[in-house]
Design a protein around this ligand. Structure first.
Ligand SMILES: [Zn+2]
Length: 212
């Protein structure tokens, strides 16, 4: 059985380590809560930062709390082109080998060696929901989006399972703009193949006349 999965759009944002935060905002500074986000414990902060790349910059980038062990900047592919860094698609936290950038705060600036990612689209769900959907943590699935004239089936959507999650699919602004949705967008997981499908193999099969 499939259930409606609410689709939420993540605009460009930054997660900061406590150490980096103090270098940007001063020793005495602290994060100020602005708004609860859909995943329990995650929140939007009042504080804003400027991110600078070789070709451009973004001001007023929102910080999401709480602190993380490493600073990470999440941009869309359009955003990475704007500031002039390669767009590397990664799961949150997996920042080895990703491009860096300059981050400017009111009390200091940082030259990051890495940390700029384009977040891999993903679904947060609980273990119970994973059972119902017959999926497991870290599995890539297809999601058919409800749309009005521009339906998209997203492949390579990674499932993240935790007791602390609330059911939601997270896409960036490029992905959200790719399908025409209404005020409360949602999608359903579609099991087109087994759980070990490979879109490259699928393309090769289609090209050689094998239709599943
Ligand atoms: Zn997420």
């Amino acid at each position: 059985m499939s259930v409606k999965i609410p689709i939420e759009t993540s605009a460009r944002h930054i997660h900061v380590s406590e150490e980096d935060f103090h270098r940007l905002f001063g020793d005495e500074a602290e994060l100020h809560f602005k708004k609860e986000l859909s995943q329990p414990g995650q929140y939007l902060c009042e504080e804003r930062l400027t991110v600078v790349g070789p070709r451009g910059n973004f001001e007023n980038i929102a910080i999401l709390g709480p602190f993380r062990s490493k600073t990470q900047i999440e941009l869309s592919l359009t955003d990475t082109r704007h500031i002039g860094v390669p767009g590397i698609i990664r799961q949150s936290g997996d920042i080895a080998g990703t491009p860096g950038c300059t981050v400017i705060g009111p009390s200091g600036q940082l030259q990051l060696e890495n940390g700029v990612i384009v977040a891999k689209r993903h679904i947060h769900m609980t273990p119970d929901q994973a059972l119902i959907e017959r999926v497991r943590d870290n599995q890539d699935v297809f999601v058919l989006t409800k749309s009005y004239g521009r339906t998209v089936i997203y492949a390579d959507v990674v499932v993240r399972v935790s007791r602390n999650f609330r059911l939601a699919m997270h896409v960036d602004t490029d992905e959200a703009n790719a399908f025409s949705s209404d005020a409360e967008p949602y999608g359903v997981i579609v099991q087109l193949f087994g759980d070990d499908y490979d879109t490259h193999k699928w393309i090769d099969e289609e090209l050689s006349g094998i239709h599943r």
